[in-house]
Ligand binder design. Sequence first.
Ligand SMILES: Cc1cc2nc3c(=O)[nH]c(=O)nc-3n(C[C@H](O)[C@H](O)[C@H](O)COP(=O)(O)O)c2cc1C
Length: 323
Amino acid sequence: MNNYWQEPLRIGNLSFPRFMGGPLDGITDAPFRKLVRTFSSEELLYTEMRHVACVANDKTGRLSLDFDQSERPLNYQVAANGTKFIERAIERIVDRGVDIIDLNVGCPAKNVVNSGGGSSLMDDPAKLEVIVTALRRAISIPFTVKIRAGFKAKNAIEIAKLIEGCGADALAIHPRLRTEFFQGRPDYALAAQVKQAISIPVLLSGNVVNWPTARMAYEQTGVDGFLIGRGIWAKPWQLKMMRAHSLGQEFNISKQQIFEIAQQHLQNMLDHYGEHGLYCFRKHLPFYVKGFVGASAFRTKLITSTSIIEVQEGLKQLGQSIV
Ligand SMILES: Cc1cc2nc3c(=O)[nH]c(=O)nc-3n(C[C@H](O)[C@H](O)[C@H](O)COP(=O)(O)O)c2cc1C
């Protein structure tokens, strides 16, 4: 048991700490990943999902290849509903420089499902097999797939075997049905069955937010690693903290530090997106200030502010007001 937390997770020929930053579209973008890197240099970070057609046709790369090498190790997540754009997309991603490529077979969004991608592929194993085979053929670096418990019915074990059979290097499971979106209890018993059914590493995604929940999830599933999704939202230090705690080490973040980190996050957003970065930061701000005295008045004021200086000063003042 002790060795488990000390040993790295292996995916293909690569090794990583067992806690990874999972994909959260619109949240775990380049400015956020850069912030995570100030705490954690070795942990694998997923990019947000991009459709292979978008990658293949994105002339400047600004829409789909929005990362730089300082963010590595990176697992670049693609979506696909056919094989048409796979080769060109993969060539561009690999040329740009990533460590792993992941296929999204879990997205529940209506537009993705209606176009025959994301979690709907769990309902069409024949089509999934064609896509995974084409990706495996095109990808020369490690390749992973992220699935759900199922689309309408739980068929994760069958799908996991199919994916292993196509040559994927690891499988991540978010053990909820598509119909459950992100709510309800993730089915850890199913994740445990998937782990038993295949030999490639299995990564768990769902309600793992800190060291106690990770330890419990490991005890219940025996999986090889953990994708931290909402648990990392406005907590870019969380992977470092979880790793330290799993090794019996101390790691704390003070309230003042939280406000310094929030200010740095806003700055990263402004550097990356220009003035629009202020609007992007609004998704994060409420999480940083949550629970602090005066937070709700502050939140209401700053979330509607169109002044960069006002938000910067507000964060600074709130940080300084903490005793
Ligand atoms: C806002 C949001 C965006 C997400 N975007 C993605 C995505 O782009 N790709 C993906 O595979 N999963 C995505 N997910 C699912 C998460 O990666 C994760 O599987 C799910 O939230 C359960 O894990 P958690 O409890 O740690 O958040 C998203 C979830 C949320 C809440």
